[in-house]
Design a binder for this molecule. Sequence first.
Ligand SMILES: *Cc1c(COP(=O)(O)O)cnc(C)c1O
Length: 388
Amino acid sequence: MNFLTHLECGMCSETLEPDKIWNLCPKCSKPLLVRYDLEAAKKAVNPDAISGRSPNMWRYQELLPVIDKKNILTLGEGFTPLHLAKRLGSELGFGNLYIKDEGLNPTGSFKARGLCMAISRAMELGITSVSIPTAGNAGGAMSAYAALAGMEAFVFMPKDVPKPFINECKALGASVTLIDGLITDCGKAARKEVEKYGRFDVSTLKEPYRIEGKKTMGYELAEQMNWRLPDVIIYPTGGGTGLVGMWKAFDEMEKLGWIDCKRPRMVTVQSDGCAPMVKAFHEGKEFADMWQGAKTIADGLRVPAAVGDFLILRALRESNGTAVAVPDEEIMESTNLLGQTQGIFAAPEGGATLAGFIQLRKQGWIKDDETVVLFNTGSGHKYSHLWD
Ligand SMILES: *Cc1c(COP(=O)(O)O)cnc(C)c1O
């Protein structure tokens, strides 16, 4: 059973048919969001019905865009553990600190959620060839699901991305093109070939379905916290799909009657070597300027411009959240602290959320009795060169 009704532009609210292939809004070139008949869904499904289902992201299938079950490609993505970080919390003198460990997803990052959904839906729509520009993890995730679907996969990566990211894509059967530049340059190179060879572009927020995969983090978090959301969520932001996705999920869950109107304050963390969202947030801007000279050890955060910038900034402001930039040295220290206290070998992006937490505690922005969730968005394994 599925309640998908239409797609809607996040900027101009243009409405589009869901069963056609779309990238950005044909009117204003901004990201499209998936809409459902939530009234009907509310009658068909509830948290009790979901509680007995398989522990993966497809347990929320009524609120997901794949219509025919036979198009679901799964490697066991989602339903990652939510840990109460007792040792880390006591080290920092803080009681209610949780870590959502997304490093346990297939291909070692939460990119699996988004790409699983995008490729499943692409298969449903008859697509046979997919292309992605990536700063690292998205390439591996796309390659995995494209392999499972029997699709051709083309990955465009900066040539200075660590070897494990590149080799993973190759092992998963993708064709990899290395670009002398950043993810934005990879985007340009990918786009040329997309037009020339008729591939489908699954860039962050440039097709409507990756966000639907990542929004399941919001559903899961609510379910794992007994349908009460935390006070603060700290999220390492690159293209922002997860943050925008969770914000969308909270809205849907309230309409479904699964949660009340209480929302977490959403926090974006970026490296101070690439912090376009932090800058735009504090300048009060609706859109972010392209960041010049982007440089950070956290590959997933090396995103100088994001097409969904206004959606990220909107979620931060609507939630009374904030945005913080942290230096790479603090990212490394925090990544080590996560490992040494909680046994989690985190990606530096995950470490960045802890560095952001420490900074916000110093500022007094997070109170003693609040509940905070850090998102460790990936495993440290592909970044092990950082410990050489
Ligand atoms: C891509 C990535 C991010 C950034 O995610 P967005 O949803 O694009 O903001 C953070 N951490 C890791 C490990 C990533 O691979």
